[in-house]
Design a protein around this ligand. Structure first.
Ligand SMILES: [Zn+2]
Ligand SMILES: [Zn+2]
Length: 310
Protein backbone atom coordinates (compact mmCIF):
# COMPACT_ATOMS: atom_id res chain seq x y z
CA UNK A 1 0.00 0.00 0.00
CA UNK A 2 1.29 3.40 -0.97
CA UNK A 3 2.08 6.24 1.40
CA UNK A 4 3.29 9.02 -0.88
CA UNK A 5 3.62 12.75 -0.45
CA UNK A 6 3.65 14.82 -3.62
CA UNK A 7 4.80 18.43 -3.35
CA UNK A 8 2.81 20.89 -5.50
CA UNK A 9 4.25 24.11 -4.12
CA UNK A 10 6.78 25.13 -1.48
CA UNK A 11 7.34 28.86 -1.72
CA UNK A 12 6.21 31.48 0.77
CA UNK A 13 4.48 34.85 0.25
CA UNK A 14 5.25 35.53 -3.42
CA UNK A 15 5.85 32.84 -6.07
CA UNK A 16 9.44 33.06 -7.27
CA UNK A 17 11.95 31.26 -9.48
CA UNK A 18 9.29 28.87 -10.74
CA UNK A 19 8.32 27.96 -7.18
CA UNK A 20 4.63 28.04 -6.29
CA UNK A 21 2.60 28.57 -3.14
CA UNK A 22 2.11 25.88 -0.50
CA UNK A 23 0.20 22.74 -1.43
CA UNK A 24 0.84 19.04 -1.24
CA UNK A 25 -1.07 15.81 -1.72
CA UNK A 26 -0.71 12.79 0.51
CA UNK A 27 -1.81 9.53 -1.10
CA UNK A 28 -2.62 6.70 1.30
CA UNK A 29 -3.95 3.46 -0.09
CA UNK A 30 -5.60 5.24 -3.05
CA UNK A 31 -7.12 8.11 -1.02
CA UNK A 32 -5.88 11.62 -1.83
CA UNK A 33 -5.57 14.24 0.92
CA UNK A 34 -4.82 17.84 -0.12
CA UNK A 35 -2.90 19.87 2.45
CA UNK A 36 -3.02 23.63 1.92
CA UNK A 37 -4.15 25.05 -1.36
CA UNK A 38 -2.18 28.11 -2.41
CA UNK A 39 -2.89 30.05 -5.58
CA UNK A 40 -2.53 27.91 -8.70
CA UNK A 41 -2.88 24.58 -6.89
CA UNK A 42 -5.31 23.18 -9.46
CA UNK A 43 -2.83 24.03 -12.21
CA UNK A 44 -0.08 22.28 -10.30
CA UNK A 45 -2.32 19.23 -9.86
CA UNK A 46 -2.93 19.15 -13.63
CA UNK A 47 0.77 19.67 -14.37
CA UNK A 48 1.74 16.69 -12.24
CA UNK A 49 -1.03 14.44 -13.56
CA UNK A 50 -3.16 14.53 -10.41
CA UNK A 51 -6.92 14.07 -10.44
CA UNK A 52 -9.24 16.58 -8.77
CA UNK A 53 -12.01 14.03 -8.41
CA UNK A 54 -9.83 11.84 -6.22
CA UNK A 55 -9.57 14.53 -3.55
CA UNK A 56 -12.22 14.09 -0.85
CA UNK A 57 -10.49 15.82 2.07
CA UNK A 58 -8.73 19.19 2.18
CA UNK A 59 -6.82 20.58 5.15
CA UNK A 60 -6.07 24.33 5.28
CA UNK A 61 -3.52 25.42 7.88
CA UNK A 62 -4.33 29.14 8.02
CA UNK A 63 -5.77 32.07 6.13
CA UNK A 64 -2.66 33.75 4.78
CA UNK A 65 -3.20 33.87 1.03
CA UNK A 66 -0.23 31.68 0.12
CA UNK A 67 -1.99 28.75 1.81
CA UNK A 68 -5.57 28.96 0.58
CA UNK A 69 -6.11 31.36 -2.36
CA UNK A 70 -6.38 28.42 -4.74
CA UNK A 71 -9.28 26.89 -2.85
CA UNK A 72 -12.16 28.66 -4.59
CA UNK A 73 -10.76 27.88 -8.03
CA UNK A 74 -10.43 24.25 -7.08
CA UNK A 75 -13.95 24.09 -5.63
CA UNK A 76 -15.32 25.72 -8.81
CA UNK A 77 -13.50 23.30 -11.09
CA UNK A 78 -14.84 20.33 -9.12
CA UNK A 79 -18.31 21.80 -9.66
CA UNK A 80 -17.72 22.24 -13.40
CA UNK A 81 -16.50 18.65 -13.58
CA UNK A 82 -19.95 17.62 -12.28
CA UNK A 83 -18.73 16.34 -8.97
CA UNK A 84 -21.56 14.91 -6.87
CA UNK A 85 -19.80 13.34 -3.87
CA UNK A 86 -19.24 15.33 -0.69
CA UNK A 87 -16.03 17.30 -0.15
CA UNK A 88 -14.69 17.64 3.39
CA UNK A 89 -12.71 20.79 4.17
CA UNK A 90 -10.98 21.44 7.49
CA UNK A 91 -9.67 24.94 8.11
CA UNK A 92 -9.60 28.02 10.32
CA UNK A 93 -12.58 29.98 11.59
CA UNK A 94 -13.65 32.34 8.82
CA UNK A 95 -13.18 29.93 5.93
CA UNK A 96 -16.89 29.13 5.77
CA UNK A 97 -17.71 32.82 5.39
CA UNK A 98 -15.07 33.33 2.69
CA UNK A 99 -16.40 30.45 0.60
CA UNK A 100 -20.05 31.44 1.13
CA UNK A 101 -19.49 35.06 0.05
CA UNK A 102 -17.61 34.09 -3.10
CA UNK A 103 -20.24 31.57 -4.16
CA UNK A 104 -23.04 34.01 -3.31
CA UNK A 105 -21.79 36.79 -5.57
CA UNK A 106 -21.11 34.47 -8.48
CA UNK A 107 -24.58 32.99 -7.94
CA UNK A 108 -23.08 29.53 -7.87
CA UNK A 109 -24.91 26.62 -6.30
CA UNK A 110 -22.50 23.70 -6.14
CA UNK A 111 -23.55 20.28 -7.47
CA UNK A 112 -22.04 18.72 -4.41
CA UNK A 113 -21.99 19.25 -0.68
CA UNK A 114 -19.08 20.88 1.12
CA UNK A 115 -18.75 19.72 4.72
CA UNK A 116 -16.66 22.46 6.27
CA UNK A 117 -15.23 22.03 9.75
CA UNK A 118 -13.75 25.15 11.33
CA UNK A 119 -10.88 24.30 13.66
CA UNK A 120 -9.94 25.54 17.09
CA UNK A 121 -6.41 26.85 16.67
CA UNK A 122 -5.48 26.23 20.30
CA UNK A 123 -6.38 22.57 20.63
CA UNK A 124 -4.72 19.26 19.86
CA UNK A 125 -7.63 17.15 18.65
CA UNK A 126 -8.66 14.47 16.22
CA UNK A 127 -10.46 16.20 13.35
CA UNK A 128 -10.88 13.45 10.76
CA UNK A 129 -11.04 9.68 10.51
CA UNK A 130 -11.73 7.36 7.60
CA UNK A 131 -10.86 3.79 6.61
CA UNK A 132 -7.20 4.71 5.97
CA UNK A 133 -6.10 7.44 8.36
CA UNK A 134 -6.74 9.56 11.41
CA UNK A 135 -5.88 13.26 11.33
CA UNK A 136 -5.09 15.44 14.32
CA UNK A 137 -4.67 19.20 14.25
CA UNK A 138 -2.41 21.04 16.66
CA UNK A 139 -1.47 24.69 17.31
CA UNK A 140 1.41 26.42 15.56
CA UNK A 141 2.90 29.74 16.65
CA UNK A 142 2.20 32.16 13.82
CA UNK A 143 0.86 35.72 13.44
CA UNK A 144 -2.70 34.49 12.96
CA UNK A 145 -4.49 31.29 13.97
CA UNK A 146 -2.60 28.42 12.40
CA UNK A 147 -2.89 24.63 12.66
CA UNK A 148 -0.42 21.89 11.97
CA UNK A 149 -1.68 18.46 10.90
CA UNK A 150 -0.59 14.95 11.84
CA UNK A 151 -1.90 12.31 9.45
CA UNK A 152 -1.38 8.71 10.49
CA UNK A 153 -2.39 5.41 8.95
CA UNK A 154 -4.81 3.43 11.03
CA UNK A 155 -3.60 0.38 12.90
CA UNK A 156 -3.20 -2.55 10.51
CA UNK A 157 -4.26 -6.19 10.95
CA UNK A 158 -1.89 -8.86 12.17
CA UNK A 159 0.05 -10.58 9.39
CA UNK A 160 -0.61 -14.28 8.78
CA UNK A 161 2.24 -16.79 8.61
CA UNK A 162 1.03 -18.42 5.41
CA UNK A 163 3.07 -21.64 5.80
CA UNK A 164 1.35 -22.34 9.09
CA UNK A 165 -2.22 -22.01 7.80
CA UNK A 166 -3.92 -25.41 7.34
CA UNK A 167 -5.71 -25.99 4.02
CA UNK A 168 -9.08 -26.41 5.67
CA UNK A 169 -9.07 -23.05 7.49
CA UNK A 170 -12.10 -20.91 6.58
CA UNK A 171 -12.18 -17.25 5.59
CA UNK A 172 -14.02 -16.28 8.78
CA UNK A 173 -11.38 -18.10 10.85
CA UNK A 174 -8.66 -16.20 8.98
CA UNK A 175 -10.49 -12.94 9.71
CA UNK A 176 -10.53 -13.84 13.42
CA UNK A 177 -6.79 -14.52 13.38
CA UNK A 178 -6.11 -11.16 11.72
CA UNK A 179 -8.06 -9.46 14.49
CA UNK A 180 -5.90 -11.11 17.11
CA UNK A 181 -8.36 -13.79 18.23
CA UNK A 182 -7.75 -17.51 18.73
CA UNK A 183 -9.99 -19.77 16.62
CA UNK A 184 -12.23 -21.99 18.75
CA UNK A 185 -14.60 -24.88 17.95
CA UNK A 186 -18.25 -25.16 18.99
CA UNK A 187 -17.20 -26.36 22.46
CA UNK A 188 -14.92 -23.40 22.99
CA UNK A 189 -11.76 -25.46 22.52
CA UNK A 190 -8.91 -23.61 20.82
CA UNK A 191 -8.21 -25.07 17.37
CA UNK A 192 -5.75 -22.48 16.08
CA UNK A 193 -3.68 -20.40 18.45
CA UNK A 194 -3.25 -16.82 17.28
CA UNK A 195 0.28 -16.46 18.65
CA UNK A 196 1.46 -19.42 16.55
CA UNK A 197 -0.01 -18.23 13.26
CA UNK A 198 0.47 -14.47 13.14
CA UNK A 199 3.17 -11.83 13.18
CA UNK A 200 2.85 -8.23 14.42
CA UNK A 201 1.16 -5.81 12.01
CA UNK A 202 3.07 -3.58 9.65
CA UNK A 203 3.67 -0.20 11.21
CA UNK A 204 1.37 2.74 10.64
CA UNK A 205 3.14 5.46 8.67
CA UNK A 206 2.65 9.16 9.35
CA UNK A 207 3.14 12.68 8.01
CA UNK A 208 3.45 15.81 10.16
CA UNK A 209 2.78 19.13 8.45
CA UNK A 210 3.97 22.38 10.03
CA UNK A 211 3.16 25.09 7.53
CA UNK A 212 3.98 28.47 9.06
CA UNK A 213 5.39 28.78 12.54
CA UNK A 214 8.14 30.38 14.52
CA UNK A 215 10.50 28.01 16.32
CA UNK A 216 8.32 26.30 18.89
CA UNK A 217 9.57 23.25 20.83
CA UNK A 218 6.00 22.65 22.01
CA UNK A 219 5.34 21.23 18.55
CA UNK A 220 7.61 18.26 19.24
CA UNK A 221 5.10 16.36 21.35
CA UNK A 222 2.48 16.51 18.61
CA UNK A 223 4.70 15.18 15.84
CA UNK A 224 7.00 12.76 17.67
CA UNK A 225 8.08 9.79 15.59
CA UNK A 226 6.55 10.95 12.29
CA UNK A 227 8.02 9.22 9.26
CA UNK A 228 7.88 12.44 7.25
CA UNK A 229 7.98 15.93 8.71
CA UNK A 230 7.28 18.87 6.43
CA UNK A 231 8.43 21.92 8.41
CA UNK A 232 8.63 25.42 7.09
CA UNK A 233 12.07 26.93 6.73
CA UNK A 234 11.42 30.36 5.31
CA UNK A 235 14.90 31.67 6.10
CA UNK A 236 18.51 30.59 6.28
CA UNK A 237 20.18 30.62 9.69
CA UNK A 238 21.77 34.06 9.14
CA UNK A 239 18.26 35.57 8.98
CA UNK A 240 17.13 34.24 12.36
CA UNK A 241 16.22 37.77 13.44
CA UNK A 242 13.74 38.07 10.57
CA UNK A 243 12.34 34.63 11.22
CA UNK A 244 11.57 35.61 14.81
CA UNK A 245 10.01 38.93 13.79
CA UNK A 246 7.77 37.42 11.10
CA UNK A 247 6.79 34.26 13.02
CA UNK A 248 8.70 31.95 10.72
CA UNK A 249 11.55 29.45 11.13
CA UNK A 250 15.09 28.98 9.88
CA UNK A 251 16.83 25.89 8.52
CA UNK A 252 18.47 25.09 11.83
CA UNK A 253 15.30 25.63 13.81
CA UNK A 254 13.35 23.26 11.56
CA UNK A 255 16.16 20.71 11.83
CA UNK A 256 16.20 21.03 15.63
CA UNK A 257 12.49 20.26 15.75
CA UNK A 258 13.04 17.23 13.49
CA UNK A 259 15.86 15.99 15.71
CA UNK A 260 13.95 16.46 18.95
CA UNK A 261 10.86 14.75 17.52
CA UNK A 262 12.97 11.85 16.20
CA UNK A 263 11.24 11.90 12.83
CA UNK A 264 12.35 9.76 9.89
CA UNK A 265 12.86 12.45 7.27
CA UNK A 266 12.62 16.24 7.26
CA UNK A 267 11.33 18.10 4.21
CA UNK A 268 12.10 21.81 4.26
CA UNK A 269 9.72 24.21 2.54
CA UNK A 270 8.00 27.61 2.45
CA UNK A 271 11.13 29.24 1.07
CA UNK A 272 11.36 33.01 1.01
CA UNK A 273 11.34 34.64 -2.43
CA UNK A 274 14.63 36.33 -1.52
CA UNK A 275 16.53 33.06 -2.17
CA UNK A 276 17.18 31.79 -5.67
CA UNK A 277 19.62 29.03 -4.77
CA UNK A 278 18.16 26.66 -2.17
CA UNK A 279 21.24 24.46 -1.79
CA UNK A 280 22.32 26.08 1.50
CA UNK A 281 18.94 25.22 3.06
CA UNK A 282 19.68 21.53 2.84
CA UNK A 283 23.31 21.77 3.94
CA UNK A 284 22.50 23.96 6.96
CA UNK A 285 19.71 21.67 8.12
CA UNK A 286 21.87 18.57 7.64
CA UNK A 287 24.40 19.96 10.12
CA UNK A 288 21.78 19.29 12.79
CA UNK A 289 19.54 16.60 11.26
CA UNK A 290 21.18 14.48 8.59
CA UNK A 291 18.02 13.22 6.92
CA UNK A 292 16.96 16.71 5.76
CA UNK A 293 15.85 17.43 2.19
CA UNK A 294 14.25 20.19 0.18
CA UNK A 295 10.53 19.85 -0.58
CA UNK A 296 10.79 20.13 -4.35
CA UNK A 297 7.77 20.71 -6.57
CA UNK A 298 6.75 17.69 -8.59
CA UNK A 299 8.74 15.33 -6.38
CA UNK A 300 7.13 12.42 -4.59
CA UNK A 301 8.44 11.27 -1.23
CA UNK A 302 7.45 7.74 -0.35
CA UNK A 303 7.48 5.90 2.97
CA UNK A 304 8.03 2.19 2.53
CA UNK A 305 5.54 -0.35 3.80
CA UNK A 306 8.04 -3.00 4.78
CA UNK A 307 8.82 -2.28 8.40
CA UNK A 308 7.05 -3.95 11.28
CA UNK A 309 5.74 -2.46 14.49
CA UNK A 310 8.39 -1.91 17.17
ZN1 LIG B 1 2.89 31.18 4.32
ZN1 LIG C 1 1.44 32.51 7.17
Amino acid sequence: MAFQLKILGSNSAIPAYGRNHSAQILIVNGSHYLIDCGEGTQLQIAKYKGKLHKIDNIFISHLHGDHYLGLLGLISSMHLQSRTKDLNIYGPVGLQEIITVQLKYSQTVLNYKVNLTELDANEHIKIHEDRNVTVHSFPLDHRINCNGFFIKEKEKPLRLIKEKLPEEISLSQIADLKKGMDVVDENGEVIYRNAEMTLPPKRSRSLAYCSDTKYDPDIVKYIAGADLLYHESTFLHENEYWAERTYHSTTKQAASIAKEAKVGKLLLGHFSARYKDLTPFQSEAQEIFKNSFLATEGQTYEVEDGLTQQ
